[in-house]
Design a binder for this molecule. Structure first.
Ligand code: HEC
Length: 93
């Protein structure tokens, strides 16, 4: 069998590296569920927000955190936590 050329090996290494960093940056629905269960589920039922587009949820949550939108409880979430909760809700049923 012919060996892969160094250039091919390098290219696949770069592609793999990109895949790994994309995964690390992707929102984490499991982490989002933990936040939701501990901070939101007292007042919300999952069906309040389940299946809504993540972008819409992110926008709502950002404006709540920024106090631009009234919410029964002032939320303190960083951008990563918002992304995770939004991902969890968007993919929840
Ligand atoms: C103290 C009770 C309470 C807690 C805790 C709470 N909420 Fe709410 N939330 C409400 C109420 C009441 C409303 C307004 C009525 C409604 O939409 O159900 C609301 C509305 C919302 C909305 C819709 C806002 C809009 O109009 O765009 C979102 C999204 C939301 N909450 C997300 C969350 C998330 C995520 C958490 C946890 C991090 C959370 N809430 C925690 C009571 C709460």
């Amino acid at each position: 069998m012919k060996m892969k050329s160094p250039a091919t090996a390098l290219a696949s290494g770069i592609a793999l590296g990109m895949l790994i960093s994309a995964t690390a940056l992707a929102a984490d629905a499991v982490a989002g569920k933990k936040i939701y269960d501990s901070s939101c589920a007292d007042c919300h039922e999952l069906k309040d927000h389940a299946g809504k587009p993540a972008a819409e949820l992110t926008k709502s949550l950002k404006s709540i955190v920024a106090r631009q939108k009234k919410h029964k409880k002032q939320l303190r979430l960083d951008d990563e936590q918002i992304a995770n909760v939004a991902e969890y809700l968007a993919t929840a049923k």
